[in-house]
Design a protein around this ligand. Structure first.
Ligand code: SF4
Ligand code: SF4
Length: 115
């Protein structure tokens, strides 16, 4: 949980595994983990946003056939280094699942919105 520093977590059922956050973050906040084998819940996501084995059906329907060169729904993004976030906002406009949550040092909250 946020302790007055920067806090970042991923709403796991909505994450498509597109890797956009991993690719754009300049300070390596995110790691990609196999959704059925990695340490997927190793960020500060609250219980209702942790991975429990079921992708969000609306997000799957929207992105399962997306021809963007990424393999979807095999991995989940984990915000392992959220305290390093510099709020550049790059991930916030690249996130297909609209599932990145950031809380800054003043308590302001941001949620990614796909452009
Ligand atoms: S807003 Fe933070 S987590 Fe997102 S890309 Fe920028 S530094 Fe990384
Ligand atoms: S950009 Fe969003 S949907 Fe794509 S891997 Fe990162 S958290 Fe998941």
């Amino acid at each position: 949980m946020a302790d007055g520093g920067m806090d970042v977590f991923v709403d796991k059922p909505k994450c498509t595994g597109c890797r956009h956050c991993f690719d754009v973050c300049p300070v390596a906040v995110f790691e990609m983990h196999p959704k059925d084998g990695g340490n997927v819940n190793a960020d500060t996501a609250p219980a209702d946003k942790q991975w429990k084995g079921t992708d969000d059906p609306a997000v799957v329907a929207k992105f399962k056939d997306m021809p963007d060169g990424h393999t979807h729904f095999t991995e989940k993004s984990v915000a392992v280094n959220g305290s390093a976030c510099i709020l550049c906002q790059a991930c916030l406009i690249e996130c297909e699942g609209e599932c990145i949550h950031i809380t800054d040092t003043s308590g302001q909250k941001y949620i990614s919105i796909y452009k």
